[in-house]
Design a protein around this ligand. Structure first.
Ligand code: GUN
Length: 295
C-alpha cells in the first residue's frame, strides 16, 4: 500500500481562502475587521519566524494586525501592562503571546491575564475547561488543525481507535479531549501515551488514527503500526542544515518506511505546521464575531 499524503499546505490554503471571503463579508456587511495582536519578547530566532508568519498571514487575509516586539529584558510587570492594554483595546479581538517567554517572566501569569474572549491560542484555563466539557468557544490551534486535516481528508473519527503519543498541554492532551468528544464528527476511542507509558508500541499497533507529538526523530517505526493506519506527525525536529544553510526538518515518524503501511500520512514539513497558523486566523475571526454578537 502506498499512502495518501495529506497535504497541510493545500488544506491550509483552502481554509485561508474560505476565511478571506468571510473576512471580506464581515467588513462589507457589518463593518467589522478582525484584529490580532502578536507579542514577542526577546530574539528567539524560531519565534521570530513564527510571529512573522502569523503577521504576514493575517495581513494577507484582511485581518488588522499589530505586532509588539519587546526587548529580552522586558520585565513581567511591563508585559502584563501590555496584555491589560490589549484586553481593553476594541480593535484587537485576538491576543497571541508567543512562547517560550524568557525565564524571568512567569508565563502562566501572563497567559492567565489574557481575556478568555481574546485567547486565540485557547491556552487560558477557561478555554481549556470549555473544551473538556464539550462547549468550546475556541479550539487550540494545533489540535484543531489536526482535526481539520482528518475530516477534510475523509477520515472517519467516530468509533476509531485513536492513539496519541505525547501528552503536552499544547497538543497531546487537548487533541485527545477533542477527538474523544461524544458529538457528531468526533467520537474517537482515545488512548493517550506519555513519558510513563511502559511500551508505546502496544498501543500504536492498535491505532486506526495515530497522532505523534513528542519531538524525537524516528520515534515511530514501521514495525510499530498496523496496515491501513492514518498517521498525523506533529513533530518538527531540526536535524541539520542543507548546503544552502536551510534547516532540515523531520517529524517523529519514520516517514519513508511508515508510508508503505499507512492509508494516509502527513509529511514534515508541509503537514500539521501550516494548519496551526490557519487555525489561529480562524480563531481570530471567531473572536471578532463573538465580540460583535455575530457568532
Ligand atoms: N510557541 C510554539 N507554538 C506556539 C503556539 O501555538 N502559540 C504560542 N503563543 N506560542 C507558541
Amino acid at each position: 500500500m502506498t499512502a495518501q499524503i495529506i497535504s497541510g499546505r493545500d488544506i491550509a490554503s483552502e481554509i485561508k481562502e474560505e476565511l478571506t471571503q468571510e473576512i471580506a463579508a464581515l467588513k462589507a456587511k457589518h463593518n467589522l475587521v478582525p484584529g490580532l495582536a502578536t507579542v514577542l519578547v526577546g530574539e528567539n530566532p524560531a519565534s521570530q519566524i513564527y510571529v512573522g508568519q502569523k503577521e504576514k498571514t493575517s495581513q494577507a487575509l484582511g485581518i488588522y494586525s499589530e505586532r509588539h516586539d519587546l526587548p529580552a529584558d522586558t520585565n513581567e510587570a511591563e508585559l502584563l501592562a501590555l496584555v491589560d492594554k490589549l484586553n481593553k483595546d476594541p480593535k484587537i479581538h485576538g491576543i497571541l503571546v508567543q512562547l517560550p517567554l524568557p525565564e524571568h517572566i512567569n508565563s502562566t501569569k501572563v497567559l492567565y491575564l489574557i481575556d478568555p474572549g481574546k485567547d486565540v491560542d485557547a491556552f487560558h484555563p477557561v478555554n481549556v475547561g470549555k473544551l473538556m466539557i464539550g462547549e468550546p468557544d475556541f479550539l487550540p490551534c494545533t489540535p484543531h488543525g489536526i482535526y481539520q486535516l482528518l475530516i477534510r481528508s475523509g477520515v472517519n473519527i467516530k468509533g476509531a481507535e485513536v492513539v496519541v503519543v505525547g501528552a503536552s498541554n499544547i497538543v497531546g492532551r487537548p487533541v485527545a479531549a477533542l477527538l474523544s468528544l461524544e458529538k457528531e464528527g468526533f467520537g474517537g476511542t482515545v488512548t493517550l501515551c506519555h513519558i510513563l507509558t511502559k511500551d508505546i508500541s502496544v498501543h500504536t499497533k492498535r491505532a486506526d488514527i495515530l497522532i505523534v507529538a513528542v519531538g524525537k526523530p524516528k520515534l515511530v517505526t514501521a514495525d510499530m503500526v498496523k496496515n491501513g493506519v492514518v498517521v498525523i506527525d506533529v513533530g518538527t525536529n531540526r536535524i541539520g542544515k542543507t548546503a544552502e544553510g536551510k534547516d532540515i526538518l523531520v517529524g517523529d515518524v519514520d516517514f519513508e518506511a511508515v508510508k508503505e503501511k499507512a492509508k494516509a500520512i502527513t509529511p514534515v514539513p508541509g503537514g500539521v505546521g501550516p494548519m496551526t497558523i490557519a487555525m489561529l486566523m480562524m480563531n481570530t475571526v471567531k473572536a471578532a464575531k463573538l465580540a460583535a454578537g455575530l457568532a
